[in-house]
Design a binder for this molecule. Structure first.
Ligand SMILES: O=C(O)CCC(=O)C(=O)O
Ligand SMILES: [Fe+2]
Length: 296
């Protein structure tokens, strides 16, 4: 975040109507993150300006330090450094295999070793995991987890801190994305047998859908997605982006990255994507969603 002097200047530079809006909503107990999102959604302010103004307003209400900690990450968007063709992280050479600029989609090779993929898969099959169950999606009405005909795979979660191997990969992804591991959702594994699929959808949470708001209130928007491919698949099972004419085939140890929002954290409708039906083989992936804020 900018320093206190700079944030005071940002707040003071807003028109009185916005300053009044901030004061009134903070007094009503609104979340600063929701307010920053609304300011950015108005199109009048960048997320950086909105956050700086909100941090200052919170500081002025609550004393000197109150504003400093309301927004966790210092950066406004996670990013992957594509200035070179390889990224050295955690003693590995991660390869940049493909970059699409808008929406940003990056395919990374050698993110995980084969034995690391196997260890994560084995953990979720073992008694120390809560195991797989039929996949669900977030219900539009009340935000509960609902079975949906468009997502026929099975899923399992690895909570943060549950097992060393997952924690190590989380640290690696945090370094790759320049985003704190604390702002990531737990790994969500997806296992697809033959014919199973996840039809095209968005990963971002919709602020205009009632059921998504409770999820947004916990950690904010899903800014970016990592999909880690944990198995080789004989036929089918690509990650598809129908609007972009793009299909990425699963390759064990590779990871697909995409940004779900623009730099103002607003949902990007170009990111429609899905998992094509597996024809032969078993596809297992691990999803890691990076949130605006600390999650959990
Ligand atoms: O299976 C895939 O390749 C995509 C999965 C996906 O988009 C999701 O689980 O949100
Ligand atoms: Fe998805």
């Amino acid at each position: 975040m900018p320093d206190a002097f700079a944030t005071a200047a940002v707040l003071a530079s807003l028109p009185p109507s916005w300053q009044d809006w901030i004061a009134a909503n903070l007094a009503r107990g609104c979340s600063p993150l929701d307010m920053a999102n609304s300011m950015a959604r108005s199109g009048q302010y960048t997320m950086e300006v909105a956050r700086a103004a909100l941090a200052e307003a919170v500081r002025q209400r609550g004393g000197a330090d109150a504003g400093a900690s309301i927004f966790t990450p210092a950066q406004v968007m996670p990013f992957i450094d594509t200035t070179r063709n390889k990224i050295v992280v955690d003693q590995r050479e991660v390869e940049i295999l493909f970059v699409l600029k808008s929406p940003q989609v990056i395919l990374l090779g050698n993110v995980l070793g084969s034995e690391e993929c196997d260890a994560i898969v084995a953990h979720c099959e073992s008694g120390s995991s809560s195991g797989y169950s039929r996949s669900t999606v977030t219900g539009a009405d009340d935000g509960s987890s609902v079975v949906h005909e468009g997502r026929t795979s099975e899923m399992a979660f690895i909570e943060r801190g549950e097992v060393d191997i997952a924690e190590r990969i989380e640290r690696r992804l945090a370094a790759l994305a320049h985003w704190p591991a604390e702002c990531g959702e737990p790994f969500q594994l997806q296992k697809y047998a033959s014919t199973q699929e996840y039809r095209p959808h968005y990963d971002w949470l919709d602020p205009d859908t009632t059921g998504h708001r409770s999820h947004l209130a916990r950690g904010g928007q899903r800014l970016a997605t990592f999909i880690l491919y944990l198995t080789e698949v004989e036929q089918g099972g690509g990650t598809i982006f129908p609007g972009l004419g793009l299909e990425v085939y699963p390759k064990k140890g590779s990871a697909l990255w995409f940004l779900n929002t623009d730099s103002n954290h607003q949902p990007d409708r170009q990111t429609l994507h899905g998992g094509a039906p597996v024809v032969t083989g078993t596809k297992i992936i691990a999803n890691k969603w990076l949130r605006q804020e600390r999650y959990g």
